[in-house]
Write a new protein. Sequence first.
Length: 435
Amino acid sequence: MRIAMIGTGYVGLVSGACFSEFGVQVCCVDKDAGKIERLRKGEIPIYEPGLDELVTRNVAAGRLSFTTDLAEGMRGANAVFIAVGTPSRRGDGHADLSYVYGAAEEIAQNIEGYTVIVTKSTVPVGTGREVERIIRRVRPDADFDVASNPEFLREGSAIADFMRPDRVVIGTESELAREMMRRLYRPLYLIETPIVMTSLETAELTKYAANTFLATKITFINEIADLCEKVGADVHDVARGIGLDGRIGKKFLHPGPGYGGSCFPKDTLALVRTAQQVGSPLRIVETVVDINDRRKKAMADRIIAACGGVVDGKTVAVLGVTFKPNTDDMRDAPSLDIVPALQKAGAHVRAFDPAGAHEAEKLLPGVEWTKDAYAALSGADCVAIVTEWNEFRALNLTRVKELMKRPVMVDLRNVYSPDEMAAAGFAYSSIGRPS
Ligand code: UGA
């Protein structure tokens, strides 16, 4: 089996490397010559645990290659995966499909024998059909089928998610294409991964439904957390108490500063737009989007309140700025709302992030970046844990207290317990728990 993976962003690179690990011949194609050059040298442009070794191993084995030349990448390919970006369009928040359609035109020109064209990027319902129309228009003679194969990878655990997924969703009407996809995913059949074979439109919608459901679940527990604070209840016990019900499930019930990242904010908004366009509005999701936006903005107020209502002239130490741990991704990270709001209120923000600082420096001007967590805390009036990197879970609290001007901690990820923080002598506030 041979495939071409168009786009070496997060999805394309991880999927391409993982397919090559399955024994498939994979050629990854990207227009960015600098990126392809770096990948050829074994330099991985994104931070994803395990990806480095996976790429190096498969390149050495001759199963994984990189090129800027689409024709070369597609030579002899049984399937071509479109894994280019689908950013939110400025103005209306809908997914910008220009890269997907551009790729379809170019793919059309290079189809040789029977080829399955698979959309892997998250694309609104109807995109696969449009890809089909484009290819048919450019190359009426081409022998091809289209399929949708959305990915459910989480940043930070993408390789495990690809290798041992809860399910694989494949949407196509063609039996030939189905057979091709079965062959590609053969190793997953061996471990009895459920494969949902369905239509193109259903597969496309399934991806959005999954992400919006998870975003809704998080938003639900975040609102319950706010209520817990008012009535003196503990959100973690509520989450456990409901999550043990198999119909609800334990996962994605961790309260926090609001969901961020490259997927949930973009996908919730895009689904809202699709639903509005076809006259079947998703009012729950509209509300989720609104609540989450407000929540991220409101987080700075918690920090200001913990500082006695005033941060003007004070130093706030921020630990973690990426949207979640084990990534350097800053897209829609809560820190992008929190830090500027603190600065606007007059605070001096000193921050540390194990991986995100390089990216964040451009996005968060005026922040003083430090080399480690303790340097950020030194002389600070308050410390806010914004991303739950493991190294923030085991801070030496005695040292933290000695270093800070005042022992005040706002824990937006609930990595510490109110009891241990009280015992350590901190004024401590967290999310949804009696303090
Ligand atoms: C998400 C989905 O989990 C993947 O299944 C999907 O493939 C991916 O989007 C995508 O569409 O490409 P990801 O954005 O990498 O993956 O990150 P998650 O681990 O899902 O976290 C998303 C956000 O939700 C983060 O800001 C995280 O802090 C927040 N979150 C997550 C919570 O606040 N509470 C939770 O209990 C879980």
